[in-house]
Design a protein around this ligand. Sequence first.
Ligand code: HEM
Ligand code: HEM
Length: 194
Amino acid sequence: MIKNTRHGYGAVAILFHWVMALLILGMLGLGLYMVRLPQSDPDAFALFQLHKSIGFVVLALAVLRLLWRAVNPSPKLPAEMPVWEKGVAHLGHTGLYAMMFLLPLSGWLVVSASPWGIPTIVFNLFEVPHLPVPGDKAATEALASTAHEYGAYFLILLIVGHVAAAFKHHFIARDETLKRMVRPARGARPIPGE
Ligand code: HEM
Ligand code: HEM
């Protein structure tokens, strides 16, 4: 199935999930690595350009993913899950989606407000214009940079909790939650126990 059903994810949602998971994990590693390089490092400039380029891909995919999500049913969580656990799962997913926007947008604001004025050339192909920054550019840059850095730490926490929850479902509760993010739903097959 291409589309989601009430019982499972379709191929498109699964592809979005794993492509974006890889990109975002890579971006966290790249971001933490590149900011620790000395300014004189010959690779620093190219790594920052790569970080910004992939960041814009993440932003574009996040928009498409939410649009796709809006026109699809959301698979129901296992019926045996307590209400509070379902609430935590929904809150966690909302936080993950929020960070997919907050990180690229705050990063974009950092480079737009920066006194360096370095252009962003996405994969050396085309330039993404800077956002207009009215008022105090230094203060905006400091605020955006703090949001970007602490947003990244918060995202790491969310991902650790998210992966721990996925493993708990798979190895302890032994339900279909992880499997259905791997195998696309086939028709209206209900989850056992629902
Ligand atoms: C999924 C998207 C993104 C993730 C996960 C991410 C993650 C990170 C991380 C972990 C750091 C290191 C933070 C630190 O220790 O200071 C960082 C730094 C940075 N990122 Fe991103 N980033 C993303 C998107 C972007 C985008 C789209 C841009 C710009 C267009 C950008 C520009 C920067 C810049 C300029 C820095 C240097 C530190 C600063 O001045 O705040 N990032 N990023
Ligand atoms: C790398 C290990 C990861 C595993 C094992 C994993 C596993 C899962 C599973 C099993 C689900 C389905 C939950 C359900 O059925 O309700 C899910 C959903 C989701 N995951 Fe992950 N995930 C991983 C990484 C990530 C990362 C890095 C992100 C983003 C930063 C992410 C964002 C999401 C979001 C937003 C959903 C909700 C999808 C929706 O219902 O719209 N995941 N994940």
